[in-house]
Design a protein around this ligand. Structure first.
Ligand SMILES: [Zn+2]
Length: 283
């Protein structure tokens, strides 16, 4: 807690294999972090080369297990966000000989399984998206179809969908697809966002420039680090202490209202979670 306030990191990964992940949670908690949304690592990073939707279960269950361990380290709690990393399509098409429509089928099946965990209450939200890099048109179309499957589940389950997508400050078209599927568009969250975004709710990478932009804007936003997303891109993500440290910095600079938006109001509006009621306050 910082000044009795909850502090949420909206998107990070924990490594279930060697439990460095739990050390990261302790670091986060030590400097005032209270709540985490933990996104499963890309399946192939965990050594899972999925051939059916059911093959993703192992990835999801290992994530759920480590989230339970994380919760016991926090004054608040952690929740799992489960899905299929959009970069999987390139791995399937370029390295495993899948046609784009076959890759789409497998990835949709993985999303379907993730949705089962949301339905049973074992996960909070879904994760989907599309490649953040250039791909062929048919791969792009297949990726959009996977994302739209996630929106179908988001509508049916009334849950949020986090997106990994290209760098952009206007994703109104994607938010419109979510709305057409029956979702409330603010429940679509673009992870790794800059400080402003049209369409989905931005989950802002917690560097000072982006946060200042988001705080000045006064619109709903979340804060994240994307800790250990991609071991091939060291330095592309922020460390686990970053969100609490930036909350202190924002408070020092008078952005109290933005802190309330990012750590209480937006989590409630997007995920239906109460970061205040889930805090163990002393006395
Ligand atoms: Zn990530």
């Amino acid at each position: 807690m910082i000044d009795d306030r909850p502090v949420l990191d909206d998107h990070l990964h924990l490594d279930p294999d060697n439990n460095r992940g739990i050390d990261a949670v302790r670091d986060f908690a030590r400097v005032g972090g209270t709540h985490l949304l933990v996104v499963n690592k890309p399946s192939w990073h965990l050594g899972v080369e999925a051939e059916t939707g059911a093959d993703f279960r192992e990835v999801f269950e290992r994530t759920i297990d480590i989230v339970e361990a994380a919760s016991s380290e926090l004054e608040g709690r952690a929740w799992p966000v489960l899905g299929v990393h959009p970069g999987l399509i390139s791995r399937l098409v370029d390295e495993r000989g899948f046609a784009p429509d076959e890759a789409c089928d497998l990835m949709q099946a993985g999303i379907d399984v993730a949705a089962e965990y949301v339905e049973s209450g074992d996960a909070l939200a879904l994760k989907s998206g599309r490649p953040h890099y250039e791909v062929d048109d048919d791969v792009w179309a297949a990726s959009n179809d996977v994302m739209r499957r996630a929106f179908d589940h988001g509508a049916a389950l009334e849950c949020a969908v986090q997106l990994h997508a290209e760098a952009s400050e206007d994703m109104t078209e994607v938010a419109d697809w979510a709305e057409a599927a029956g979702m409330e568009p603010h429940r679509v969250v673009k992870h790794y966002a800059s400080g402003r975004l049209e369409g989905p709710t931005p989950s802002v990478m917690s560097d000072k420039d982006r946060l200042e932009t988001a705080a000045e804007r006064g619109e709903p936003f979340l804060m994240e680090t994307d800790y250990i997303d991609d071991p091939d891109r060291p330095g592309a993500v922020l460390g686990p202490k970053t969100v609490p440290r930036r909350v202190r910095w924002l408070l020092e600079n008078g952005y109290d209202e933005a802190i309330e938006i990012a750590h209480v109001e937006t989590p409630k509006a997007v995920y239906g979670i109460d970061t205040e009621a889930t805090l163990e306050r002393d006395g």
